[in-house]
Design a protein around this ligand. Structure first.
Ligand SMILES: [Ca+2]
Ligand SMILES: [Ca+2]
Length: 196
């Protein structure tokens, strides 16, 4: 008996008895994701940023041994917290899983050399493909801010792209003529940058 990936042929082995058989009893509890959700959420049935971080770290979503960026977890919760509870209920969590998977696919398609990280040229392409046009100076700042030795992991990549999008949206709203310039009052500027 041994655990592990990669050794056996695909299709062999598997998970034995599935989820225990017992068909019938419909409801959200039948959703295979629900058991997972409950195990992460614990007693209160809600997932907070720390619990989300723990779960994404365990899933090894960073591709490194680092814990998943807590800031990214906060950002995702803020983005999808429909009832403004500050935590994720089951339906919010399901949406979150879809969002993470979509970002994961995007990240992997940008990581052309399959190194598990996105480097400066790959990031340049990613940002261009999302429709942003940035100067080389702005690109340098981004890679420095989000990368480690010039390489950006999945969690930081997500944080960076979400922030760039949020900030661009805030800017666009104030750039009435769409000329690439806008004026902010000091407090408005602080609100925009500190909330994203
Ligand atoms: Ca919520
Ligand atoms: Ca790469």
């Amino acid at each position: 008996m041994s655990y592990g990936y990669g050794q056996g042929q695909p299709g062999s082995g598997g998970y034995g008895g599935g989820y225990g058989g017992a068909p019938g009893a419909p409801g959200p509890q039948q959703d295979p994701l629900f058991a997972f959700f409950s195990s992460v959420a614990g007693q209160d049935g809600q997932i907070d940023a720390e619990e989300l971080q723990k779960c994404l770290t365990q899933a090894n979503f960073t591709g490194t041994n680092k814990p998943f960026n807590l800031e990214t977890c906060r950002l995702m919760i803020a983005m999808l917290d429909r009832d403004m509870s500050g935590t994720m209920g089951f339906n919010e969590f399901k949406e979150l899983c879809n969002v993470i998977n979509a970002w994961r696919g995007n990240f992997m398609s940008m990581d052309k050399d399959r190194s598990g990280t996105v480097d400066a040229p790959e990031m340049q392409q990613a940002i261009t493909s999302m429709g942003f046009r940035l100067s080389p100076q702005a690109m340098n700042i981004i890679v420095k801010r989000y990368g480690l030795n010039g390489k950006i992991g999945f969690d930081d990549y997500m944080a960076c792209c979400i922030r760039l999008r949020t900030l661009t949206d805030s800017f666009r709203k104030r750039d009435q003529a769409q000329q690439g310039t806008a004026s902010f009052s000091y407090d408005d500027f602080i609100q925009c940058t500190m909330s994203s």
